[in-house]
Ligand binder design. Structure first.
Ligand code: PLP
Length: 375
């Protein structure tokens, strides 16, 4: 090892879901939206004046900040915009999680939290979800350096109701509580109305899921003006021009098009509920997901086997090789047609398996309830 290697900031990076290059795959592995962005975003790109790229973009992201503020009935001082919510969350970790005390988040959750904490040397403690994969609010009552959790949680899809979130906030008045609402538009109630009452609350959302713009990288945080000011101070000390001109312009169009947003979101919710019914008939169990994915285990066939079989069919889903959840598949909600293809394949695959009474690796199947049999 060379001398300098002792001083490298060594990190174990977050591993994003695969982005297969080939055509014709059904991609249900990274919770992207199957529908295109709002038509106004496409128009911005078609009519974009490339000459304007000579100039730096607005450092305060003002046009987009104002459009988001207007949409939610906030003042622009209450909104912070970044390069996807991953960037926003990283800035939040850097700005607010600066205590000697550990921050707290669930043991099963978005797997970026521990990566940021490790990288920024923020101590942390994880709190185990209960047997039905729900967050226990009492676990977050003690002293800590801050609290963060997604609502609905990922990859479980479990939603927490607002009174429970308010309860966590009330028990953590002296630290920042971050509610990561990447999936809130698919059937949950946002904690946003609580920002007036709790000056320690940051609500983080993204254009990547419900607004079909994962490729554009737009995320935002909402909270009281003082929090947003601290966040901007750190951002300007790190990179003043986070958002490029095309992202700012497309973002404004996407947030203004309420009708398109409602239509595509409702379609995904309807397809999700249809998919739940079909998966249940096929012997899968899962919680009542309020997100754009379903986290499901099969009653007899191990998740890894189903994952491999789906992959051979060019259907990509997500499997986490992690304790407690390694028998689950996270299946993003695609178009109705994509989900029908998935269900049709699973139907014939599982029927064929049960007919020869063998699993695909040749072992005899034993009836085995998944560790966490939830409905
Ligand atoms: C997808 C996701 C994000 C990040 O999304 P961006 O594309 O960076 O906006 C953040 N948190 C959770 C829980 C997510 O699932």
């Amino acid at each position: 090892m060379s001398g300098w290697e002792a001083y490298v900031r060594k990190v174990v990076p977050y591993v994003p879901g695969e982005q297969p290059g080939q055509q014709g795959v059904i991609k249900l592995n990274t919770n992207e939206n199957p529908y295109p962005p709002a038509p106004g975003a496409a128009r911005v790109l078609r009519e974009f004046d490339a000459d304007s790229l000579r100039l730096y973009p607005e450092p305060d992201c003002g046009t987009l900040v104002r459009a988001i503020a207007e949409y939610y009935g906030l003042s622009p001082e209450q909104v912070f915009v970044g390069v996807g919510s991953d960037d926003v969350l990283a800035m939040i970790f850097l700005t607010f999680f600066n205590s000697e005390k550990p921050i707290c988040f669930p043991d099963i959750t978005y797997s970026f939290y521990d990566v940021w904490a490790d990288m920024l040397r923020i101590p942390y403690r994880t709190k185990a979800l209960d047997a039905s994969f729900r967050i226990r609010k009492e676990d977050y009552y003690g002293e800590s350096g801050g609290v963060i959790f997604p609502n609905p949680n990922a990859p479980t899809g479990e939603l927490m109701e607002l009174p429970e979130i308010a309860d966590i906030l009330a028990h953590n008045r002296d630290v920042i509580v971050v509610v990561d609402e990447a999936y809130i538009d698919f059937g949950g109630e946002s904690a946003l109305p609580l920002i007036g009452e709790y000056d320690n609350l940051l609500v983080v959302q993204t254009f990547s899921k419900s607004r079909s713009m994962a490729g554009m990288r737009i995320g935002y945080a909402m909270g009281n003006a003082k929090l947003i000011r601290y966040l901007n101070d750190v951002k300007y000390s790190f990179n003043s021009y986070t958002m490029n001109r095309t992202a700012l312009a497309c973002g404004v169009e996407a947030i203004r098009d309420k009708a398109y947003f409602e239509e595509t979101r409702n379609r995904i919710i309807a397809t999700r509920e249809w998919t739940k019914g079909e998966l249940k008939k096929l012997g899968f169990s899962f919680g009542d997901s309020k997100s754009n994915f379903i986290f499901a285990a099969h009653k007899t066939v191990p998740a890894q086997e189903i994952f491999d079989a789906l992959r051979r069919e060019q259907i990509y889903v997500r499997h986490f090789n992690k304790e407690r959840i390694d028998n689950y598949l996270r299946i993003s909600i695609g178009t109705q047609a994509e989900m029908e293809t998935l269900i049709a394949f699973l139907g014939s695959y599982l029927t064929a398996l049960s007919e020869d009474g063998q699993s695909s690796d040749g072992h005899c199947e034993t009836e085995q309830e998944p560790e966490n049999n939830r409905e």
